[in-house]
Design a protein around this ligand. Structure first.
Ligand SMILES: [Zn+2]
Length: 195
């Protein structure tokens, strides 16, 4: 049994002061770094995703001047801008791979992304025969949820480590967690300790 950690979209634009800043995002960045440093060797693979949009188009209706915050959003995470960078408290040296998603289209799941070399996230997981995956990051009720549901649909044993996520809204996070559980996922309400 091999275990991976997926760190979803811990980027400046999704943390306090960013274009779509989520309350608690900066703390999550620091907590994920601390968690990984405290448990070296726990994960066979650590993969980070980034939302990575085309600044010249509306990315398939994903960007809007009048966003509904359901299917359309203010401009965020445009490739190579400051907002698309990882939050500075997140230690990138802890990652084995990075996948980018959302070029010209709305991608919520990290499984829609690929590495710079064109590997899908599933290809990456297959390099180490991963069958278990823990999902953390931002936002719990959007891209973390979508990524966890993708993992479950691919047959991976999937856990969301809730204290290492930050959500847009308390209402939608409740529904999101229920959806993940209904699909067979596990929600950890505490960060897993020593084992
Ligand atoms: Zn986006």
């Amino acid at each position: 049994m091999a275990l991976a950690l997926l760190v979803v979209d811990v980027q400046r634009d999704f943390t306090e002061g960013g274009a779509l800043g989520v309350e608690g995002g900066a703390q999550v960045a620091q907590d994920i770094t601390d968690y990984l440093r405290a448990h070296p060797g726990r994960y066979d693979l650590v993969i980070a995703s980034r939302d990575w949009h085309d600044g010249k188009t509306d990315n398939g209706g994903h960007f809007s001047d009048q966003p509904d915050f359901v299917d359309s959003w203010p401009v965020h995470c445009v490739a190579k801008t400051n907002g698309a960078k990882f939050h500075p408290a997140l230690d990138q040296d802890l990652f084995d791979y990075e996948v980018r998603k959302g070029w010209g289209k709305p991608d919520y799941s990290a499984f829609q992304g690929e590495t710079e070399d064109g590997m899908s996230l599933l290809d990456v997981l297959r390099t180490r025969e991963i069958d278990d995956i823990d999902v953390v990051g931002i936002a719990t009720d959007h891209c973390v949820k979508a990524s966890a549901l993708s993992a479950l649909s691919l047959g991976l044993h999937t856990r969301v480590i809730l204290p290492l996520t930050a959500a847009v809204s308390p209402d939608t996070v409740h529904e999101a967690l229920a959806e993940v559980e209904d699909a067979g996922g596990e929600i950890l309400t505490e960060v897993p300790g020593a084992n």
